[in-house]
Structure formats: structure tokens, C-alpha cells
Design a protein around this ligand. Structure first.
Ligand code: VGL
Ligand code: ZN
Length: 199
């Protein structure tokens, strides 16, 4: 059994002061650094959008945090965030990025958002992470990071569906909690067989 720590989107735009700030998003950074040595592999994800991305409200002349219909289903429209090469897209400066074996970027396709580290929001276009994990013999994943109810949730559910043993450590995640999204995420992850640990 080989066990990876999958650290989701600990980036400036999801921390206080950022474009899509998650309350206390920066509180988890020290705790994440502290557990990195416990794992066989450390993998970071990085939300990585081109300017004018289809998940941005400005692209549609709409208000942020409203819903639109995409060919692949409903999509929340976000404030512009994590634009390729900007400081907002950079990892939090205290995150121990040097400890990572792998950094996987997602959301670079202008027409499709990608919450999950495994598949774009069409639920079919792979990011390549599954192949990376399988070829390294990794069968067990612990997820932490931002945001609990979006990218952590989607990544955890996809990982469980793919057959990995998945735990989410909630004390090292922070949520957007928009319109009941946190409760729905906890229910969805539990339903998918993810072990949702409070500590
Ligand atoms: C995320 C919304 C948009 C996340 C990324 O990392 O949870 N949420 N892009
Ligand atoms: Zn995004």
C-alpha cells in the first residue's frame, strides 16, 4: 500500500485577500506542511485558468456566484481567479512546495472548468493524475486543501469512484460554503465512500 497526500489548490486567490478568498484559507498551510513527511508521495494541484475562462462571471457579463448552463451541465460563475502566471495563481508563500513530487494543473481548457484533480467538469476529460498515481503504485489518498466543497470534494469523489482508498482531513481544509454547498459536499463524499475525518 502506497499512500499519497493530495494537496488541493493552496493558492493565493483562495486565501484571505485573494480574488476568490475562502475564509481562513491560509490557516491550514502550517498543518499541511507538518504532515507531508508522513506520506510516500506529496502531490499539489494548481487551479490554472487562462484570462477570459468560461467559468468567470465577467466572461458572460454575469454576476459572480450565479449559475449558468454549460454543455456539460450547470456551472457556478466565479470571480476571475487563478489566472495563469499571476500572483493569485501562485501557491501560498508558506506552503512547502519543494516537498512536492508532482504538481498537476487544471482548468487550463478555456471552455471547461475543472474542479477535480482527475477529470474536467465534463466528468470525462482526464487530467492524467490517475495514470500518474497508478504507475507509481499509489492506492491510498489523503486529501487536504481548498476549497472543501468544490475542488476537494470533486477530487475526493472522483478518486473514490476510480477505486482509490480516500480520506479527507477536514481540519486541513476550508470551505466556500455557498448555498448549502458544504453540507452537500459532506453528504456526497460520504455517499461515495470517502472517509471524512474531522481531525
Ligand atoms: C475552486 C472554484 C473555482 C477550488 C477552483 O479550488 O475549490 N473553486 N475554482
Ligand atoms: Zn477555478
Amino acid at each position: 500500500m502506497s499512500h499519497a497526500l493530495l494537496i488541493i489548490d493552496v493558492q493565493n486567490d483562495f486565501c484571505p485577500g485573494g480574488a476568490l478568498a475562502v475564509a481562513d484559507g491560509d490557516d491550514i498551510v502550517r498543518g499541511i506542511n507538518a504532515i507531508m513527511p508522513e506520506y510516500d508521495a506529496v502531490i499539489l494541484t494548481q487551479d490554472w485558468h487562462p484570462a477570459g475562462h468560461s467559468s468567470f462571471a465577467t466572461t458572460h457579463g454575469a454576476d459572480p456566484m450565479t449559475l449558468t448552463q454549460m454543455p456539460y451541465g450547470p456551472q457556478v460563475l466565479w470571480p476571475d481567479h487563478c489566472i495563469i502566471g499571476t500572483n493569485g495563481a501562485a501557491f501560498h508563500s508558506d506552503l512547502n512546495v519543494d516537498a512536492a513530487d508532482m504538481i498537476i494543473r487544471k482548468g487550463y481548457n478555456p471552455a471547461i472548468d475543472s474542479y477535480s484533480a482527475f477529470f474536467e467538469n465534463d466528468h470525462s476529460t482526464p487530467t492524467g493524475l490517475e495514470g500518474y498515481l497508478r504507475t507509481r503504485g499509489i492506492d491510498t489518498l489523503t486529501l487536504v486543501g481548498l476549497a472543501t466543497d468544490f475542488c476537494v470534494n470533486y477530487s475526493a469523489v472522483d478518486a473514490a469512484k476510480l477505486g482509490f482508498n480516500v480520506t479527507v482531513r477536514m481540519n486541513l481544509c476550508r470551505a466556500i460554503d455557498f448555498d448549502g454547498s458544504l453540507d452537500a459536499a459532506i453528504a456526497g463524499m460520504t455517499q461515495a465512500g470517502v472517509s471524512v475525518e474531522q481531525a
